[in-house]
Ligand binder design. Structure first.
Ligand code: URA
Length: 207
């Protein structure tokens, strides 16, 4: 995918800024804040929910099981990780301890809203033509809505301040499916959404 010239005025939030963030309590138990990754010239931005256990430890988005699945989906859509800017709605890992295991907990609305300034800064800095929102939390965060019905929003891209938002399943949703058949269907849906995002980005001039 052709890259745009670097004309962006705002930088994306730095790791240190996220580590210093006290806008919600999640920093306290997380190892570190996880900034977005990828070229700031990308036309596509992918937004996930929050870092998972491995992302929290490594400080990089989508490097755990969901990230590996996302890489496969990107590949199927003719994209590579370095073609897109990858980030999360919430930058610190929210979890509950079960023995020694840290189990993912869905971030609450207050945490999503508190983290909104960082996502907004990334959108302003990267100026993506199309944003792919992975799952309901990301879709709500990108569209600034408290509650979203993902299944209805997945039908058509939604316009958000001149950019298109393609809502799709989160890769973890695929991993949670019990049958091979539903895993396959959910994965193919993500691939189709990524392909749609590529087409939309190609057909639309950047703002
Ligand atoms: N899930 C997410 O939403 N983001 C990550 O970075 C990893 C898993």
């Amino acid at each position: 995918m052709p890259k745009r010239a670097e004309t962006h005025s705002e930088p994306v939030p730095a790791r240190e800024e996220l580590n210093a963030c006290r806008r919600c309590p999640l920093w306290h138990d997380a190892t570190q804040g996880v900034p977005g990754a990828g070229p700031t010239s990308a036309k596509l931005m992918l937004v996930g929910e929050q870092p998972g256990n491995e992302e929290d430890l490594q400080g990089e988005p989508f490097v755990g099981p969901a990230g590996r699945l996302l890489s496969e989906a990107l590949e199927r859509a003719g994209l590579e990780r370095h073609d897109v800017y990858l980030t999360n709605a919430v930058k610190h890992f929210k979890f509950e301890l079960r023995g020694k295991r840290r189990l993912h907990k869905t971030p609450g609305q207050l945490e999503v809203e508190a983290c909104g300034i960082w996502l907004e800064q990334e959108i302003q800095a990267v100026e993506p033509t199309v944003i792919v929102a992975l799952g309901a939390t990301a879709t709500g965060a990108v569209l600034g809505r408290k509650r979203v019905a993902l299944s209805t929003l997945m039908d058509e891209p939604v316009e958000r301040e001149g950019r298109l938002v393609v809502a799709t399943y989160h890769p973890s949703f695929v991993l949670r499916q019990r049958s091979e058949e539903s895993r396959h269907a959910a994965f193919e849906r993500i691939v189709a959404s990524l392909r749609q995002a590529v087409r939309l980005a190609a057909g639309r001039r950047s703002r």
